[in-house]
Design a protein around this ligand. Sequence first.
Ligand code: F6R
Length: 243
Amino acid sequence: FRHATQASQAVAQQIAALIRTREGEGRPCVLGLATGSTPVGVYNALVQMHQEEGLSFRNVVTFNLDEYYPMQPHELQSYVRFMREHLFDHVDIDPANVHIPDGTLDEASIDDYCRRYEQAIQDVGGLDLQLLGIGRTGHIGFNEPGSGRNSRTRLITLDRMTRRDAASDFFGDENVPRRAITMGVGTILDARQVVIMAFGEGKARITAEAIEGEISSMVAASFLQDHPSAQFFIDEAAAEALT
Ligand code: F6R
């Protein structure tokens, strides 16, 4: 797409169509959602469709990819807060259908919590569509270099580059949490459809590596090359390094 706004509109249309299809089938629409700057335009467009076209989220169940650890839900950088501000507070989703990894847990209970997060996705029939951004390390979710194809929801250590990229949100590198809870690469690859977005020249190098590079755990997004239904939505700037 020429601009990110056009790509975001197209993604929002695709998600809206899926929500309506599932509604027609009388089945829940299960969405995996991302945070960060990239999906904001998609959420804005979905809120607009809710307000102007009556797109309903009553039938939608969501699972967010990740959350910093530790993190309290009311904090400025929390992904709970992000999702409420950009989407959930503006649509008719049932709060009981929203799932976001819990950054407030005791460390001892995290493994068990992550297993239950995976189980909850299974219990509702698996993810229909997973929305993704990509980090400059190639991460999807917070699956930093070294994350294997079969990795599952777990506590991870954030890469230095990722923490540097988040520094402005936290008013300094030293305030960025060192860890996060993230769905695994395997969790993401199990989604029936994957939509990954990359906008701006800062994503050009990693976008080319993910699409055209070797499939490797050093670039988690490269595993999407093997997914039966993964689509990249990118703007011209992010497409710059493709051959
Ligand atoms: C966010 C997430 C991350 C971001 C990635 C890009 O939930 O899982 O993988 O998608 O770090 O972030 P932005 O969009 O801010 O460039």
